[in-house]
Design a protein around this ligand. Structure first.
Ligand SMILES: [Zn+2]
Length: 84
């Protein structure tokens, strides 16, 4: 299970939540605030990079994709929570 995050064309940094971590925390009954803290992933992305891969603290892959073509918007997932 990979989290895909769509980022703005000019973004140089990102902040998102790792979905597998959120799900694991939900199953474990962790406090929501703790789950959010544990699943929070932040980082930077090169301005010229169209895609990049980040990892959460637990090692899950997070794929960063830059929104550029209108057609890519159709694949955007409303479940993704983009914080920045
Ligand atoms: Zn994770």
């Amino acid at each position: 299970m990979t989290t895909t995050v769509w980022i703005a064309p000019s973004a140089k940094s990102f902040a998102c939540l790792c979905e597998p971590c959120l799900e694991a925390a939900r199953i474990a009954g962790v406090l929501f605030s703790d789950a959010l803290a544990g699943a929070s992933v932040r980082g930077t992305i090169a301005p010229e990079a169209e895609t990049a891969v980040a990892q959460c603290a637990a090692g899950h892959q997070i794929v960063l994709r830059r929104v550029q073509r209108p057609s890519s918007l159709t694949r955007s997932d409303g479940r993704q929570l983009q914080l920045a």
